[in-house]
Design a protein around this ligand. Structure first.
Ligand code: NAP
Ligand code: F7E
Length: 450
């Protein structure tokens, strides 16, 4: 049976045991990515033969699908095999045409892309090459080779850019980045090949979707990963960019099912897939830290390094069309998504650090969140405070209690308060040092008084 995929808390490979060909073959570009790996699993579960395009890399880029190599022993990389990968590149027309000729797919899912919006400002030319010309290369090969196959284009809510929320299929598209623009070109090319050449070509306009398999430099995974690092003592700071942007975040494992659903309709069309909920990045951060009992303000700093030259301020998808025509109903919303991503990261860190044994690691989220809370409790004394008027007030509350226990008079208590104010105001001290200071001061005065 399939090996455990480290990035998910659990991975169900049971369906692979009963695989039986349904007569269809799907080709997935970007199969090594977050969506590609879930889509491959989903299509295999439906009995498809799945072929995936991966590009050559100097270090393995197939980690998310390595557990699907279980068929190799029985079938090898033969025509009969349920699953195998082929080398190709969206920037390489020859490779695209060669793979299409070899595979002769019934359905092509073009989900390969340079998918990072921030990085698209730094690498605009290759972003447009892969994300706009890549789809054009595939669409035109399908047309030219007269392949009888359907085409899915991974379009994006980034195409809406600064259009006011909620956004649906009729909303004006005003992209704000090379990425958004590259996706808008591909969206129109897909529609154009549908209209001009009669291809069964569809756009899934997906809003942000996340999972434990999300790339490390997207904001959700960066946050859940950092909280897991903080809990095990690997990190004590998280640097982020704009916390005010709003996103409509769903669960990738559910979204890929709609990619397939869009391709099973009688006629090709374009659909928005979203959750109908939007939250700021700050809310995501707050929710993640609070699950382990920590205050995010103690750890998060912002830096212009992670701010983009132009931002998409608010995305909120109106998915009425998909609800009505595809029966779309998102199951996993914001809070559940945060929990499942954090639990998976915690598990990975606990195994890595030998805190738990991978063989006996339980599969329920609660176990990891509870353990993390216990570990985080020990972090609290190490927190550092910049002493301000509010902080001083709560220190004095503690001080009153200590001094009252020691029967120190009111007058002396007030003098101590004054002295402490002068000493501490504006300083950065750890909680441990603060407690030590309070103890020392009260003992000194007790001695002086006594
Ligand atoms: P991802 O994790 O970044 O995966 C992208 C995949 O594309 C990777 O396997 C990558 O391979 C491959 N790729 C990149 N450039 C390529 C090239 N020149 N030739 C062949 N393959 C290439 O992205 P994702 O989150 O799964 O997203 C899947 C698709 O949906 C993307 O098109 C993305 O733009 C779009 N989308 C995503 C979201 C979202 O929230 N996730 C929302 C809307 C649309 P390497 O591993 O070798 O880099
Ligand atoms: O940023 C802000 C950032 O990179 C979300 C891709 O899948 O969804 C994704 O694009 C927000 C932005 O995703 C950091 O400025 C703050 O406002 O996680 P992200 P994205 O840009 O929304 C769309 C639909 C796609 O199609 C894309 O392929 O978070 N933000 N601080 C940050 N973002 C990152 N990455 N890192 C930060 O430190």
């Amino acid at each position: 049976m399939g090996a455990f995929n480290k990035m998910d808390l659990t991975i169900d490979t049971e369906f692979l045991k009963d695989w039986k060909w349904n007569g269809k073959t799907a080709l997935i570009t970007g199969i090594g990515g977050q969506d590609g790996s879930y889509l491959a699993e989903f299509l295999l579960s439906k009995g498809y033969k799945v072929r995936g395009i991966v590009r050559r890399a100097s270090w393995p880029n197939t980690r998310r699908v390595d557990h699907l190599d279980v068929f190799d022993e029985k079938y090898g990389k033969t025509e009969g095999s349920p699953f195998f990968l082929l080398y190709g590149d969206l920037a390489d027309t020859i490779s695209i045409r060669t793979v299409l000729e070899k595979v002769r797919p019934d359905e092509v899912y073009n989900i390969g892309a340079q998918s990072h919006v921030g990085i698209s400002f730094e690498n605009p030319e290759s972003t447009l090459n892969y994300n706009s010309l890549g789809p054009l290369r595939i669409l035109d090969a399908i047309r030219d080779m007269k392949l009888n196959c359907k085409y899915y284009q991974a379009s994006s809510s980034e195409m809406f850019g600064i259009s006011s929320p909620p956004q649906n299929e009729d909303t004006i598209m005003l992209p704000q980045s090379p990425y958004g623009i590259s996706k808008l070109a591909a969206y129109h090319l897909t529609r154009m090949y549908r209209k001009a050449y009669g291809l069964f070509a569809c756009n899934g306009i997906l809003f942000n979707h996340e999972s434990p398999r999300r790339g490390l430099n997207f904001v959700t995974k960066k946050v859940t990963g950092a909280v897991a690092d903080i809990v095990v003592g690997k990190k004590d700071k998280l640097v982020l960019g704009n916390l005010d942007a709003k996103r409509d975040w769903g669960y990738a494992k559910e979204y890929v099912q709609m990619m397939w659903g869009i391709m099973q309709q009688d006629s090709p069309d374009d659909y928005v897939i979203s959750t109908r909920e939007t939250h700021t990045i700050r809310e995501f951060v707050e929710e993640t830290f609070s699950l382990v009992g920590l205050n995010w303000r103690d750890y998060v700093v912002t830096s212009s390094n992670y701010k983009r030259p132009a931002e998409v301020p608010a995305l909120l998808g109106d998915c009425t069309k998909a609800e009505e025509k595809l029966g779309w109903k998102p199951q996993t919303k914001f809070k559940e998504l945060v929990r499942l991503m954090l639990a998976a990261d915690l598990k990975e860190r606990f195994v890595e650090r030998g805190i738990i044994n991978p063989k006996s690691a339980p599969a329920n989220q609660e176990f990891y969140l509870k353990k993390a809370k216990d570990l985080a409790e020990n972090l609290k004394p190490k927190l550092f405070y910049k002493i301000n008027a509010n902080e001083l007030n709560s220190i004095f509350q503690e001080l009153y209690l200590i001094l009252r226990e020691k029967n120190v008079s009111y007058e002396v208590t007030e003098r101590i308060k004054e002295e402490l104010s002068q000493k501490l105001m504006g300083k950065i001290v750890s909680k441990e040092d603060l407690e030590k200071e309070l103890r020392e001061v009260s003992v000194q005065y007790k001695v002086r008084e006594g």
